[in-house]
Design a protein around this ligand. Structure first.
Ligand code: HEM
Length: 163
């Protein structure tokens, strides 16, 4: 199924019908939830990534990583759960929108980067011991990629409406 078919299917799905039936305020309220989700996601990620890049070295990484990861995960879930109904209201309007084709691959790359960082020995070790310089550098590369992919997704998400 290509993207145009997927968007047409989504618009005609029960989710699309439900999203269109909710009344005039619903899109604005769901959009607000989307923005709150994004602020939770990116705010938490920004703190963690800046720490991985060397800021606030006096605070142990493990003291930041756990709350930041939890808040980012909740924010991501809120963004997905609000984004899908927003998209389904009139999905076919987005056919051919290039920013959609930047946003979703950027989110996929950002998630792949999270998966890769969490699999490193440095990430596993940071909870139990201080990291060596090479391990800090490995996590800093992950932080730069993370900021690049998430900022690309946010920029493309904002630009979708201007196409
Ligand atoms: C399955 C997941 C998601 C879907 C289906 C989705 C869908 C949408 C839709 C339909 C819009 C409105 C576009 C328009 O202006 O017409 C939007 C806006 C936006 N999205 Fe998402 N989104 C998702 C996840 C995310 C994530 C994870 C981020 C952040 C990294 C994000 C960032 C944005 C931004 C910044 C806007 C602009 C908000 C505004 O200015 O009102 N989205 N999204």
């Amino acid at each position: 199924m290509d993207i145009a078919h997927a968007l047409t299917w989504l618009e005609h799905s029960p989710l699309g019908a439900l999203a269109r039936s909710l009344g005039v305020w619903s899109y604005g309220i769901i959009n607000l939830a989307h923005i709150l989700g994004i602020t939770m996601l990116f705010g938490a990620i920004l703190l963690l990534d800046l720490r991985l890049l060397g800021a606030w070295r006096s605070i142990p990484l493990s003291a930041i990583s756990r709350p930041a990861t939890t808040v980012a995960m909740i924010g991501f879930c809120v963004a997905v759960m609000s984004g899908l109904p927003m998209l389904s209201v009139k999905s076919t309007d987005y056919i051919g929108n290039p920013f959609l084709l930047i946003k979703f691959p950027a989110i996929a790359l950002a998630l792949a980067n999270v998966w890769l960082v969490h699999r490193t020995e440095a990430w596993r070790a940071h909870r139990t011991r201080d990291l060596m310089p090479a391990e800090n550098r490995r996590l800093a590369v992950g932080a730069i990629l993370s900021l690049t992919f998430w900022l690309t997704a946010i920029t493309a998400g904002r630009m979708i409406g201007y196409w």
